[in-house]
Ligand binder design. Structure first.
Ligand code: CUA
Length: 414
């Protein structure tokens, strides 16, 4: 009996249940792939909204088409070979060893295609890396699991920034302005990505990487950390908000405005005391004072691994919190803002979180038990590996009335 023939025929047959499963898997994956083509997906890489992302788009489209044609040819040839030489009980075909002509052709052809693609690729990479035309510089620092933005003093487009601005999660930039982000990390490697405005840039501890940003018109452009960075990598999100020069000036003015203390005796005033006693260990609120008039200064370096926590001075001017993962806006208000026409966007955004649009549930849950919403350390009771410091926000065991007071206080931080 011809043993090799037997082997061929065994390999050629798949049990029918497995065939059903592989068909189902194929259909599911095609379905999922097509779902990615949905219109208006906020992180669609084929919907560039700025100069740099348009350059990438101009490059990636022809590359995708060429790769698509190559893929179709390869799939076609493989499919034809599978059909043509399917085991029908015939003898094993004549065995050959090498075909120099074909091998040389199949080496030279891809080399020509790759060389052709490399020319516009290298040109685009250099264009995207240009730093000399920056009109605004913003420092971006990643840590587990949120982004901090630190606006240095100086010009940002047409607007002058007099005092440093520190914020988190939501990057606010003037439209039609070349913004240069200086990106680094305080702990592990993260990666900054706002698909509508540019490609990805790694945030690496001890290194400074730059990324150009430019948005054509006012709007909100969302993104996420794209380098696996620990337990809550998937909950490390971000957004860039573009405003007209006039609206950006208003945003900067609001960041500069003096601290507004809650009315004495109010629920919010009780919240201020709860904040000072608990939250201010890590979170700074600018110009917050102790009862004796001395400034309340946070010392997050004593309590958390990266040594920082988000500045909450203007929390209610951002639309999401905790790594831009949980909404501060109700669904209705968020959809309105995200779909606003560019001409109406700025005024709507600058209102901040109004009491009618405030989604309290997530923030209350967060204050009750942060690690329950966003896993931050494997064993919250064992801090020996981090020198007694927490990763992210620990559970402060706040009482329900303290949470009511804090919510009232934080709602005034706009
Ligand atoms: Cu930070 Cu993933």
């Amino acid at each position: 009996m011809d043993r090799s023939k037997e082997t061929v025929s065994t390999l050629g047959r798949m049990p029918s249940t497995r065939r059903h499963w592989s068909r189902a898997a194929l259909l599911t994956s095609v379905g999922l792939m097509l779902a990615g083509c949905a219109n208006n997906a906020p992180q669609d890489i084929f919907e560039p909204k700025g100069e740099n992302s348009k350059k990438i788009d101009t490059l990636q489209r022809p590359v995708f088409y060429i790769a698509g044609v190559v893929a179709l040819i390869v799939i076609g040839v493989v499919g034809y070979a599978m059909w043509k030489f399917k085991d029908r009980g015939q003898d094993i075909p004549e065995q050959t060893h090498g075909n120099p002509k074909l091998e040389i052709a199949l080496t030279i052809l891809p080399a020509i295609i790759l060389a052709g693609i490399s020319v516009p690729t290298v040109i685009t990479v250099f264009q995207l890396d240009k730093k000399t035309d920056a009109e605004c510089i913003i420092n971006v620092t990643g840590q587990q699991w949120w982004w901090e933005y630190d606006y240095a003093t100086g010009q940002c487009g047409d607007v002058k920034i007099d005092k440093p601005i520190v914020t988190a999660g939501e990057l606010v930039i003037p439209e039609k302005t070349n913004v240069l982000l200086r990106i680094t990390s305080r702990d592990v490697i993260h990666s900054y990505w706002i698909p509508a405005l540019n490609g990805k840039r790694d945030a690496v501890p001890g290194r400074l990487h730059t990324l150009r940003m430019q948005a054509d018109q006012p709007g909100i452009y969302t993104g996420q950390c794209t380098e696996f960075c620990g337990l809550s990598h998937s909950r490390m999100r971000q957004a860039a908000v573009a405003l007209t020069a006039g609206d950006f000036q208003k945003w900067v003015d609001n960041q500069m405005k003096d601290y507004v203390a809650p009315e004495a005796g109010s629920l919010a005033a009780e919240g201020e005391a709860v904040f000072t006693a608990n939250c201010s260990k890590c979170h700074q609120i600018n110009d917050l004072k102790n009862a004796d008039g001395s400034p309340v200064l946070s010392e997050p370096d004593l309590y958390v691994v990266p040594g920082v926590a988000p500045n909450l001075s203007h929390l209610m001017n951002r639309t999401a919190f905790a790594g831009w993962t949980f909404d501060l806006l109700t669904d209705e208000c968020r959809v309105k803002l995200w779909n606003a026409k560019p001409a109406d966007f700025g005024a709507m955004y600058l209102k901040g979180i109004t009491p009618e649009c405030f989604e309290q549930v997530a923030l209350r849950d967060w204050l009750r038990n942060p690690p329950g919403m966003k896993p931050m350390f494997v064993d919250p009771n064992n801090l020996s590996s981090t020198g007694g410091k927490y990763r992210g926000m620990p559970n402060l065991n706040l009482k329900p009335d303290q949470i009511d007071q804090l919510i009232a206080y934080l709602l005034g931080r706009n």
